[in-house]
Ligand binder design. Structure first.
Ligand code: GCU
Length: 361
């Protein structure tokens, strides 16, 4: 059934190179992977400028007894020297005391505060994970006329393939990763999962897909230009992204495909396949029709081909569409469908942590 559903969507072929060669070996996949990144750079995200960043983190404030004394908190200033100028932004880092070198969640946050409605900090710490969080608008504002401020001022722009704000937010995520790599005496640098919800789920997907230092990539309710396939999608389409702040999330070339999604030179399984063979987690909410949970599920299913080529199991699921309460944790693509609406809930976090414990990732 799912195979037929995918066939009628007429997706561009993940495992056929631009010159028509079938991709069957690991070296062929590595070449194909580069082609895919180039396609996505030019037609979705926009090209990241060559900024040659050099990152340093400076701890500005520490609380040795945070969260009832169970955790150590650091407020860190991330300072980045680039060819386009100096850039800095703050992050929160909180580590449970009962685990030595904890695995981490790198959480892309809608709020400047560490504790907020989407991030149950204390529960996460109690489960033995540390959290680093970055407020996305500290990087580039998510409003109109932002191109004079934030990371946008580091490089000149054009209307075609210059990076949009999602590329900038993801770039800053890579700078956070630069910093985390220097913290191996405090955290498990081999187990860092990037997680985001909605527009920040689109961002976490790109951030993690393009940086192999993340062991796991979690994209929650990310919908259009996130985990949902555009071909055959319901709810939000490119036309809807052309308004408000979302018209700056991607590059100009992408917006030209409004009402013409079938001609896109990629679909979203291309993005998810870049995570292979690392751990990918796609979560959906039953009533999130704007994002379209069915298309999110099919997107994950369509990226299985890359995992299989690399000798891994991707999303292992029964041959039907998921129903609320379904959890598929067997393969290297984890998935669950939560009852309810568009949100990042405690339910979602519990599933992410169950999955990480099961796979040790
Ligand atoms: C809007 C937008 C979505 C986005 C969401 C969010 O609904 O259309 O693409 O995911 O905002 O970020 O909350």
């Amino acid at each position: 059934m799912i195979k037929e559903e995918l066939e009628i969507r007429h997706l561009p072929k993940l495992l056929v190179s631009e010159d028509g060669t079938k991709v069957e070996t690991v070296p062929q996949w590595e070449h194909r992977r580069e082609e895919i990144v180039e396609i996505l750079d030019n037609f979705l995200i926009g090209i990241e400028p060559q900024l040659k960043p050099h990152t340093e983190g400076k701890i500005e404030r520490t609380d040795e007894n945070a969260m009832a004394g169970k955790a150590v908190y650091h407020f860190v200033d991330v300072e980045v020297d680039t060819l386009g100028g100096f850039f800095q932004f703050p992050i929160h880092m909180i580590l449970p005391k009962h685990v030595e070198k904890p695995p981490m969640f790198f959480y892309l946050s809608f709020e400047p505060a560490l504790v907020n409605e989407f991030c149950p900090v204390e529960e996460i710490l109690d489960n033995g994970y540390g959290i680093v969080s970055m407020y996305y608008q500290d990087i580039a504002p998510d409003t109109d006329s932002r191109f004079l401020t934030g990371a946008a001022r580091l490089a000149p722009r054009n209307n075609f393939n210059s990076w949009g704000t999602i590329g900038m937010w993801a770039w800053a995520g890579h700078r956070v990763m630069d910093y985390l790599q220097t913290q191996s005496d405090l955290i498990d640098t081999n187990r860092i999962a990037v997680v985001g919800h909605s527009r920040l789920g689109k961002t976490s997907l790109w951030c993690g897909a393009t940086d192999p230092r993340f062991s796991m990539v979690i994209t929650n309710d990310s919908g259009g230009a996130g985990s949902a396939l555009f071909r055959g999608k319901k709810g939000e389409m490119i036309m809807n992204l052309k308004h408000g702040s979302s018209k700056y999330w991607y590059c100009g070339n992408f917006l030209d495909y409004a009402r013409n999604e079938r001609q896109l030179p990629f679909d979203q399984h291309f993005v998810m396949a870049l995570v292979a063979p690392r751990y990918l987690y796609v979560s959906s909410a039953e009533q999130d029709e704007w994002a379209d949970p069915r298309s999110e599920f099919l997107g994950a299913m369509a990226s299985n081909e890359a995992y299989e080529l690399l000798g891994e199991k991707g999303l292992v699921a029964p041959d039907r569409f998921p129903v609320p309460g379904d959890t598929f944790h067997e393969g290297k693509i984890g998935y669950h469908m939560r009852p309810g609406t568009h949100f990042l809930s405690r339910y979602d976090w519990e599933k992410f942590m169950d999955y990480r414990k099961l796979h040790g990732c």
